[in-house]
Design a protein around this ligand. Structure first.
Ligand code: ATR
Length: 276
């Protein structure tokens, strides 16, 4: 039986076991996918012991993504650019490899629902944390030429823009308003709007171009206040759940040997677990 895991701290709310479990059952694979709580101080030891643990690999989530990147043998291109690892597997000779599939998940979600996003050139990103980093990498890979990062803490948006070079500019949260008229894609990567948390005021989406696409990485609630505001201004939107579903695909394929599909049935199944 092939085994995979997700580890983080805390990990009990992770939806990854729900979605990988769905695929294992659907595809009739004799395998398992379990959540392993590992505290930050124990994580390096956990990684060292992995090769003799019987796992094919697994997912890494908060707060271990950056530590994983620093402690694996071979990072893939996305992991190097993002500086974080969310997927682990072993090469044929037993080397521990790490990838980052968050950027892939972000792009694949937009590809599924609004493929015209790839025609865009300019993007406005709210937030400058780990998720923002993966999304900026995805946008650069997709050929975006101007990416503005607006963040509550200016220092973090400047650091991120410097990391990715001249395609990016940075500003404080309020700087978003100067970029909203020209952005083809507008992304919220912050937790503002999650579970009713609305202490910051979003830039006025009424100023956006009529064909601008608006997306949010928060999926609790599925229709966030940001997406709702976009809809009220007749803008097309994509919710954040698909990023979670699509980022899981490459790992599952590596561990269990079959590339699974992101279907409506999977989406419904995960939504039911979310609402439980
Ligand atoms: P993640 O890895 O999920 O991106 P993170 O690294 O903690 O998480 O980043 C969270 C992002 O949400 C940051 O951009 C953070 O802004 P700061 O850099 O100023 O902390 C942003 N964020 C979180 N809560 C916020 C709030 N109440 N108002 C505005 N921005 C907020």
């Amino acid at each position: 039986m092939k085994k995979a895991f997700v580890t983080g701290w805390p990990i009990s709310h992770s939806l990854s076991p729900v979605l990988h479990g769905f695929w294992l059952k659907k595809l009739g694979i004799d395998g398992s996918y379990e959540a392993l709580p590992v505290e930050e101080t124990n994580f390096p030891e956990f990684l060292k012991a992995l090769s003799s643990s019987g796992f094919e690999g697994g997912n890494i989530t908060i707060p271990h993504k950056e530590t994983a990147f620093k402690n694996i043998d071979i990072p893939d291109k996305a992991a190097r650019a993002i500086g974080a690892v969310n997927t682990l597997w072993f090469s044929e000779n037993g080397t521990l490899c790490g990838g980052n599939t968050d950027a892939y998940g972000f792009s694949a979600n937009l590809d599924q629902f609004l493929p015209r996003w790839r025609e865009g050139q300019s993007a406005l990103i709210l937030g400058a944390g780990g998720a923002s980093r993966a999304i900026i990498y995805a946008l650069i890979e997709a050929g975006f030429k101007n990416i503005h990062i607006a963040n509550r803490t200016l220092e973090r948006s400047i650091n991120l823009a410097n990391h990715f070079g001249k395609t990016c500019s940075a500003g404080k949260w309020d700087s978003a308003i100067d970029h909203i008229q020209t952005a083809d894609l507008i992304v919220n990567t912050t937790s503002v709007g999650m579970a009713g948390k609305l202490d910051m005021i979003f830039p006025d989406l009424g100023k956006a171009q009529a064909n601008a696409i608006v997306t949010d990485i928060v999926y609790t609630p599925l229709e966030t206040p940001f997406l709702l505001a976009a809809k009220q201004h007749n803008l097309e939107t994509v919710d954040g759940l698909g990023m979670l579903l699509h980022q899981a695909v490459p790992g599952f394929e590596k561990w269990f040997g079959i590339r699974p599909d992101v279907t409506d049935e999977l989406r419904q199944h995960v939504l039911e677990a979310l609402n439980d």
